[in-house]
Design a protein around this ligand. Structure first.
Ligand code: SF4
Ligand code: SF4
Length: 260
């Protein structure tokens, strides 16, 4: 067996519609198998909160064995992963085609999907994973100013902590009724699809839910940067949420629906 793979990584499709994918027993066996490999490796100790949590749980057991960790505590590891993919893409020598077949982010997604299926998702996560709905409501003129002012008060912090479990001191995003896409509506156009190399190509700017409703200045500044460098820019006629907040919640059905 090779210590680590030197082949190009392979990404297996996520078998999310199979029975095995959401079978708790099969999932926890796979979690233990992969966590055990990670315990012996520990290369990802400083990437995010996921791995330190995992290694602390193992180190707290008398013999440092993943089998001694209470399975319920695995959720503390899983909840820390936000599916950025860095461990797979930049660190792990055991990704397929290596026989260890470690795809840590896909395994976290599988666990999150089970949690979502078992309806163990908090109200906070349900609300925050709907940035389009949240932004279109909180961005209504007058409501936006009211929400922004309330969020700055001590009472606002207390309410968000008690009702949603958001730390009272956590900075809250500001909501704008004058969104980036409204301000840049004169950029809405069809991108040039010409194959002619000499034709002027445009960059299609995806404002994102956050950029559009919570930080429009970033989007406007991006347009200025491109134009300063003589790169034409367009916005598409409509824009939808990329689905990442739903994916992070394990709500794969909603992501599939949004794609269609
Ligand atoms: S995919 Fe998850 S576990 Fe891997 S580096 Fe990103 S947050 Fe950490
Ligand atoms: S994901 Fe790969 S590189 Fe990271 S700790 Fe686990 S086995 Fe090691």
């Amino acid at each position: 067996m090779r210590e680590g793979s030197i082949d190009a990584p392979i990404r297996h499709p996520i078998d999310w519609q199979s029975d095995n994918f959401s079978d708790p027993k099969a999932l926890f066996e796979e979690l233990k198998r992969v966590f055990d490999i990670c315990n012996g490796c520990r290369r990802c100790f400083n990437l995010c909160g996921t791995f330190p949590k995992l290694f602390d749980l193992i180190d707290e057991t008398p013999t440092g064995d993943i089998n001694e960790v209470d399975e319920d505590k695995f959720w503390e590891v899983i909840d820390n992963c936000y599916l950025c993919d860095i461990c797979f893409k930049t660190k792990c020598p055991y990704v397929p085609p290596h026989e260890f077949n470690v795809d840590f982010p896909h395994l976290m997604l599988r666990a999150k999907a089970l949690k979502h299926k078992q309806k163990k998702v908090s109200l906070r996560d349900k609300i925050l994973s709907n940035p389009e709905t949240l932004g279109s409501f909180a961005g209504i003129p007058i409501i936006a100013q009211t929400v922004n002012a309330f969020n700055k008060t001590k009472l606002g912090g207390l309410v968000s902590e008690k009702a949603l479990g958001i730390d009272r001191n956590a900075p809250k995003p500001k909501f704008y009724s004058q969104t980036a896409r409204k301000e840049l509506k004169h950029y809405v156009n069809e991108p040039s699809l010409s194959n002619d190399d000499t034709a002027q190509k445009s960059v299609v700017l995806f404002a994102t839910c956050y950029g559009n409703r919570n930080d429009p200045q970033v989007v406007k500044d991006t347009v200025v940067c491109f134009e300063k460098n003589n790169v034409p820019i367009v916005l598409t006629k409509t824009e939808k949420c990329c689905g990442m907040p739903k994916l992070e919640l394990g709500d794969i059905d909603s992501v599939a629906k949004a794609k269609d």
